[in-house]
Design a binder for this molecule. Structure first.
Ligand SMILES: [Zn+2]
Length: 493
């Protein structure tokens, strides 16, 4: 119909109105669809050797098919990312310096802002399939584990099991619980940090495939999980743990939430865990500062160290099909942009703007989980920088994150890193007596003046913390499979 030829202006007007109404409806539907599903890209990789893996594994293609794609070891549930928490995140500032033409996945994430709030944002799925009893040995061996490294993990888990308290918790204060001071370096005596200690110990068991139902430590896992659930205080759809030292509030929250979400993700007890996990995640969403990060207390300016734990908890929650607010994840992208120098070296927080290897490890790992291409110059520079620094002889926190970065990156950089890191940890583990299976590093011998922060964190967390971080580092081979190698995923910004 050609409206311009209509002789009746009223009919022409009505027709125009109807057509515009239809157009508006189509636009509305299109808007809802596009904000609901976001731009869909497919990232896939074939089966690659480690050497190939580091070179080029990411293929980006437009995908108009709404069916979630599946292949390889696992699949991504697209709908999980569409769930939206009732908890509204803080309004976030729009990013500056946005270039109009993204040319790569990394560019797209660099430029993603808070426009289109409510659209799906998600992490690349790093499958847990490697943790299962039937897969772990083969996948571990393929990825660089050895018999001695597996023995070291076994010994660490046995040590942790021997140090679980009767109420199901763990404590960094080894004067308490079954240890009663038999271990040296028993952590800060003022506060037992039971929430964080329990979360860390649980992560070690879960990382090795021990769940609420399976594995020789399922009883220890169950008691630890019940302890965390019982001590979670719920209010107004959010829940948190009342910890005795306020400074550690969001640290403890992030670590414990990550552990609960992993327990849920690993076919955990949905009836027991879904509500506590969602409410703990809601607290994370609520507690985000408007700089996109998290500080020691809810809604205080973020620091990257605390951000790391919250982000991993959100990632696990997303994989466990809980509601994770898209804007929260976009806020993380913004926070990272504001805490990086030369686009690859990250620093702790504003006011202490000197980049560090440990912060660079966290920032780079989050970028990889957010879909940054491993061929992006910023990722390559971070790998080169961290490779030059190499594994630390005492900084278990840095080693934990940097090992994951190299594992995700793959190729020769990973092999070089792993050969040093793995054997150092195997050789430094306590072999005999009550402390067998644990780690402690002589801080005077193994840290420089510049690394005073390592002494503080190791002495605060003590032997239990150092042991958990070293154990998690040795579980890297199967704990989170490499994002591109593990799955073909529909990834959304
Ligand atoms: Zn002990």
């Amino acid at each position: 119909m050609n409206l311009s030829k209509s002789k009746n202006p009223w009919i022409a007007g009505l027709s125009s109105f109807v057509i515009h109404l239809v157009l508006l409806l189509v636009l509305a539907i299109w808007t809802i669809t596009s904000t609901g599903l976001g731009r869909r890209l497919s990232i896939e990789s074939g089966v690659l050797t480690r050497e190939e893996f580091s070179l080029e594994t990411v293929v980006v293609e437009s995908d108009t098919d709404d069916q979630p794609s599946q292949s390889g070891l696992g699949s991504l549930d697209v709908n999980s990312s569409l769930l939206t928490s009732d908890i509204q995140p803080n309004p976030l500032p729009l990013p500056g310096n946005v270039s109009p033409k993204p040319e790569s996945i990394s560019d797209t994430i660099r430029q993603s802002g808070t426009e289109g709030v409510g659209s799906a944002a998600i992490f690349l799925n790093s499958s847990f399939e490697g943790r299962s009893a039937k897969n772990r040995l083969a996948i571990g061996a393929k990825n660089g584990a050895t018999g001695p490294s597996e023995d070291a993990v076994d010994a660490a888990l046995a040590y942790l099991a021997r140090h679980q308290k009767n109420n199901g918790s763990w404590t960094i204060n080894l004067d308490h619980g079954p240890c009663i001071g038999q271990c040296d370096h028993g952590g800060q005596r003022l506060d037992p940090h039971e929430i964080a200690a329990t979360g860390l110990a649980l992560l070690c068991f879960l990382g090795r495939g021990h769940t609420l139902q399976e594995g020789e430590y399922s009883e220890q896992v169950s008691r630890g999980v019940y302890y965390l659930v019982q001590n979670l205080k719920s209010q107004s759809g959010r829940a948190t743990w009342l910890t005795s030292v306020a400074e550690s509030e969001m640290y403890e929250h992030g670590i414990a939430t990550l552990a609960l979400c992993e327990a849920l993700q690993m076919n955990g007890d949905k009836e027991l865990l879904t509500k506590p996990c969602q409410e703990a995640i809601n607290q994370i969403i609520y507690a985000q500062h408007n700089d996109g990060g998290w500080g020691y207390h809810p809604k205080t300016p973020g620091d990257l160290s605390i951000v790391g734990w919250q982000v991993l908890a959100l990632k696990s929650a997303n994989a466990a099909k809980l509601g994770v607010n898209a804007e929260t994840i976009r806020g993380v992208d913004i926070f990272l942009r504001q805490h990086v120098k030369n686009d690859y070296m990250f620093f702790y927080k504003h006011g202490s703007n000197t980049p560090t290897p440990s912060m660079t490890s966290i920032g780079t790992l989050v970028r990889i989980f957010r879909g940054w291409s491993k061929t992006d110059p910023s990722i390559l520079k971070a790998i080169e920088y961290l490779g030059d620094v190499g594994p630390s002889r005492a900084d278990v926190y840095y080693n934990y994150y940097a090992t994951q970065v190299f594992f995700q990156f793959g190729g020769k950089p990973w092999k070089d890193w792993n050969d040093r890191m793995r054997d150092y940890l195997i050789n430094t583990q306590e072999k005999e007596g009550h402390m067998a299976g644990s780690w402690w590093f002589d801080l005077k011998k193994n840290t420089s003046e510049k690394e005073s922060y390592v002494r503080v964190s190791n002495e605060t967390g003590g032997r239990l913390y150092v042991t958990a971080m070293a154990c998690l580092t040795l579980e890297v081979y199967y704990r989170y499979l490499p994002v591109n190698e593990a799955v073909r995923a529909d990834f959304q910004f």
